[in-house]
Design a protein around this ligand. Structure first.
Ligand SMILES: Cc1ncc(COP(=O)(O)O)c(C=O)c1O
Length: 421
C-alpha cells in the first residue's frame, strides 16, 4: 500500500460534502466505513530513501508534501488519524485552500507552540485583552519570563490603541494575537482593521483564536488572519470528552515550522482523541446551529428577567453601535455563549450558580450539556481586578455555554435559580 488515507474530492463537491467524505478512503481499510484507530507508535516505510525524506520534512529541512503524499513515520511526528483529521477540518475553514492544519493535544499547546516558533527573545507580541484566562497567564507571565519576549496587552476593540502600539514597536512585532468574540465579555475585534495595521506597520502576523465562533460561524481568513487557532476541546470536540487544539496556517512553510516545533518539544495528541474529533466533525454544523438557536431563546429570556441587570449576547448589541457593525461584518450568527450579570454581587451570583439543575457548574464550552461559571472567580481568577473591570466584567458576572437541551427547560432552570436571590 503506497497511498495515504486521502480520497481526492471531485471538483463539484461543496465544503459540506467534502467535509463528510474526504480524508478517509474506506477501501484502504477493507471497506470499513469509519476509520480504524491507529494505536501505533511507529510506521513501516517502503524504502530507506523515503524514510530519509520523511525525517527531513519532520525537521523542517524539506518543503512539506501535498496531503495525499504524506506518510506517517512515528506518532510524535504524525499518525494516520491526525492526517485524516487535519485534512477534514480544513474543509470547514473558508479561505484555507492552501493552508495547513497542525493538530495539538490542547488549545494552549497550539498557542504556545505558535509563539515559540515565531518569536525570539527581544521580539514583541501584542495581544488584545480580554482573552481566555490561561492564554492571559501564558502571555503576561510565562512568555516574557521564560522566552524573553516583550508582551504588550492592548484593548483591541480600540483600533487607535492598536495602531499606536504597533507604530511604537513596528520593527519588533512578530505576533498580534486576538480573540473575537473575546472570552468572557464577547467583545468584537475588527479583524480587517487589525490585520491591515499588522501587515502595513509591521513584519508580523495576525493570529486569531476562533474558538468561540467555531469554523461554522466565523471565517477569520476572509478578514485577514494569517493563522487561526482553536481549542478543539470546545465545539469542534463538542462532547466534553477530550482536550485538543489546532493551528490552521495560510502559509504552508510556516505551518511546517510550527509542526516541527511541536514534534521536537514533544506535545503529542492521542490517536483515539483524533478519531473522536474526526467523528465530532460529522455533526459540528448541526450542533453549533442548534446550540445557537437555544442561546437566542435563553438570551432573550434573560434580557427580560427582573433579577438580571445586564445581558451580553451579540444579537442584543445596540444596533447603532460600532460593535454591532463589526458583529454583522464578521459573524454568521451570535453563537451560543452568553454573559450576564444578576442583580447583586458575588453572593447573588453564587446563589444562582449553586441552584442550577440543568446547567452544570463547570468551565469549558461548546459541549452537548449547558455549562455555567463565574469568570471573575473561576476562569479568569488570575487576571488582575483592574484588568477584569477594564474588560467589562464584574464579580457577579456569569458566563453560560448553552448546549443542546430543551431551550424552555434551560430558561425554567435559570428562572428557578434567579428566584433564589
Ligand atoms: C477561547 C479559548 N482559547 C483557548 C483555550 C485553551 O484551550 P485548552 O483548554 O484546549 O487548552 C480556551 C479554554 O477554555 C478558550 O476558551
Amino acid at each position: 500500500m503506497s497511498k495515504s488515507y486521502w480520497k481526492t474530492p471531485p471538483r463539484w463537491w461543496n465544503w459540506r460534502t467534502k467535509a463528510a467524505h474526504t480524508g478517509y478512503d474506506p477501501f484502504l481499510s477493507m471497506g470499513a466505513v469509519r476509520p480504524p484507530i491507529f494505536a501505533c507508535s511507529t510506521f513501516a516505510t517502503e524504502n530507506a530513501d523515503k524514510l530519509e525524506h520523511m525525517f527531513k520534512r519532520a525537521y523542517g529541512l524539506e518543503s512539506p508534501l501535498a496531503p495525499d503524499e504524506e506518510w506517517p513515520i512515528y506518532t510524535r511526528v504524525s499518525n494516520p488519524n491526525f492526517l485524516m483529521l487535519d485534512d477534514r477540518l480544513q474543509f470547514f475553514e473558508r479561505g484555507s485552500e492552501n493552508a495547513r492544519t497542525v493538530y495539538f493535544p490542547s488549545g494552549l499547546s497550539a498557542i504556545f507552540t505558535t509563539v515559540l516558533s515565531e518569536c525570539n527573545a527581544g521580539d514583541v507580541l501584542v495581544f488584545g485583552y480580554p482573552v481566555y484566562g490561561g492564554t492571559d497567564h501564558m502571555f503576561r507571565h510565562l512568555i516574557p519570563a521564560k522566552l524573553g519576549v516583550n508582551v504588550i496587552p492592548v484593548n483591541a476593540t480600540r483600533v487607535d490603541e492598536v495602531e499606536k502600539v504597533l507604530k511604537e514597536n513596528a520593527g519588533k512585532v512578530k505576533i498580534v494575537f486576538i480573540e473575537t468574540p473575546a472570552n468572557p465579555n464577547l467583545a468584537m475585534v475588527d479583524m480587517e482593521a487589525v490585520a491591515d495595521l499588522t501587515h502595513r506597520l509591521t513584519q508580523g502576523i495576525m493570529v486569531v483564536d476562533n474558538t468561540f465562533m467555531s469554523p461554522i460561524l466565523q471565517h477569520p481568513f476572509e478578514h485577514g488572519a494569517d493563522i487561526i487557532v482553536y481549542s478543539g476541546t470546545k465545539s469542534i470536540g463538542g462532547h466534553s470528552d477530550l482536550i485538543s487544539g489546532f493551528v490552521i496556517d495560510r502559509n504552508v512553510e510556516r505551518a511546517a515550522r510550527i509542526n516541527s516545533f511541536r514534534v521536537i518539544t514533544g506535545p503529542t495528541p492521542s490517536a483515539f482523541d483524533a478519531w473522536l474529533l474526526f467523528r465530532s466533525l460529522d455533526t459540528l454544523e448541526l450542533r453549533v446551529m442548534k446550540a445557537q438557536e437555544n442561546a437566542k431563546k435563553v438570551a432573550t429570556f434573560l434580557s427580560k428577567h427582573p433579577k438580571v441587570k445586564r445581558v451580553v449576547f451579540p444579537e442584543l448589541l445596540d444596533k447603532k453601535s460600532e460593535q454591532w457593525k463589526i458583529y454583522k461584518k464578521q459573524c454568521d450568527g451570535p453563537g451560543s455563549m452568553i454573559t450576564f450579570d444578576p442583580v447583586g454581587g458575588k453572593t447573588e451570583s453564587y446563589t444562582v450558580l449553586d441552584n442550577l439543575k440543568v446547567f452544570t457548574l463547570a468551565v469549558s464550552l461548546g459541549g452537548v450539556e449547558s455549562l455555567a461559571e463565574n469568570p471573575w472567580y473561576h476562569t479568569h481568577s488570575d487576571v488582575t481586578d483592574e484588568d477584569k473591570l477594564k474588560s467589562g466584567f464584574s464579580p457577579e458576572t456569569i458566563r453560560l455555554s448553552v448546549g443542546l437541551e430543551d431551550a424552555d427547560n434551560l430558561c425554567a432552570d435559570l428562572d428557578e435559580a434567579l428566584k433564589r436571590i
